[in-house]
Design a protein around this ligand. Sequence first.
Ligand SMILES: NC(=O)C1=CN([C@@H]2O[C@H](COP(=O)(O)OP(=O)(O)OC[C@H]3O[C@@H](n4cnc5c(N)ncnc54)[C@H](OP(=O)(O)O)[C@@H]3O)[C@@H](O)[C@H]2O)C=CC1
Ligand SMILES: N[C@@H](CC=O)C(=O)O
Length: 431
Amino acid sequence: MEKKVIHAALLGFGTVGTGVYKVLKNQEEEMEAKLGSVVRIKKIMVRNLEKAAVKVEDPSVLTNNWEEIVNDPDIDIIIELMGGMEPARTYILAALEAGKHVVSANKDLIAVYGKELLDMAETHHVDFLFEAAVAGGIPIIRPLKQCLAGNHMKEVMGIVNGTTNFILTKMTQDKMEFKEALALATELGYAEADPTADIEGLDAGRKVAILASVAFNSRVVFDDVYIEGITKISAKDISYAKEMGCDIKLLGVARNTEEGIEAYVCPMLIPSTHPLASVNDSYNAVFVNGDAVENAMFFGRGAGELPTASAVVGDIFDIARNMKANCCARIGCTCYKTIPVKKMADTRNCYFLRLQVEDRCGVLAEMTAVFAKYHVSVAQIIQKQAKPNESAEIVVITGKVREGDFRTAMEELSGRSFVHKISSMLRVYGE
Ligand SMILES: NC(=O)C1=CN([C@@H]2O[C@H](COP(=O)(O)OP(=O)(O)OC[C@H]3O[C@@H](n4cnc5c(N)ncnc54)[C@H](OP(=O)(O)O)[C@@H]3O)[C@@H](O)[C@H]2O)C=CC1
Ligand SMILES: N[C@@H](CC=O)C(=O)O
């Protein structure tokens, strides 16, 4: 029998959980017309009942007892917004096994156990949806799985972490210190419970794993993704990048090449004329390239209470519609084939290099000789006048080179006495 009221339970009532509660409240009037039913939050699981009580109209919805939720036959949808591996994984698996649909924004979990969770959902004919896990409010998982399913995807890349994009924007535009910008991102609800995941690139790496798996219909897990964060980016790097007509962005790249999948996250120089260079603050943008659609770009808020809640509520509504049409678990996780993931050393990029060297004639020639030995061509050099008794600073942009060769050249270079310090080594985004 078709249900007029669909009951859901929230697990976790932090930034996103509170956002979902608010968005559902705001939708109360329209919901029935949109869905033919109404979704109501019957229970909210929290750790601290007192702390959460001020955020709800009726504190009796609050519980700290999981059994009360999983064993309630009235609850059809579980919305997991606690984050982390455990107990989230155990709860989601138990909910799916109990025949409940699950919505989650938990990229940490999905980037590792996505297949296990989707398989469990398929076995029990229920939905497991996770639109909010990648790029916050931007619709990207559903477009890849549905609207763009007729493509062989070649590339999915972009800015997929709101916190680091916010920090880099503040450092570039307002000359804000890294720590101050991070504190502000945390206050605004963009950062993860442990913001190390954001600034060290782990959060973006998880999103790249999910995007690559969905886009290439293969299996890429978190450990397959090469990751560098933004903690070593200095104001000087940003200012040199500007001098060269570029901005620095933390980019996530997933590319399906003939030799395998490239999957990495790192801060990269990108020409200031590129559309991604003007994606600022907590905004994210994802570019996709498919053999039929060619290029498409998705842009919007990548983090924050209401934008993320928007994606979660979209999933909840999708489930309500599927329940009405009796067509749940339509899209699973069966891979067409397993494509190997390439080692980072086998990818090819141009590099930005900032180093302090001995201030004397002939240093540039010695440096380029080391590069030439490993097939590293030099595309651009900026040499700053050294102050008396100080090292000279050189900035180099290389031509496209195999990463393994570039690293070997750098190892040899760092052992040369004329090199005092290698301050930065960044990649430059290009086709
Ligand atoms: N913030 C954002 O912009 C986005 C977040 N996400 C993802 O959404 C999820 C939630 O993030 P967010 O809301 O920011 O995180 P918060 O830290 O703000 O909220 C998590 C909430 O879950 C609660 N919680 C944690 N463990 C348990 C438990 N065992 N039992 C009951 N409650 C628990 C926490 O309680 P307590 O207060 O006691 O610690 C906290 O209130 C994460 O997976 C995150 O990665 C995805 C996209 C964007
Ligand atoms: N911490 C994440 C939140 C959304 O996924 C981010 O900053 O992007």
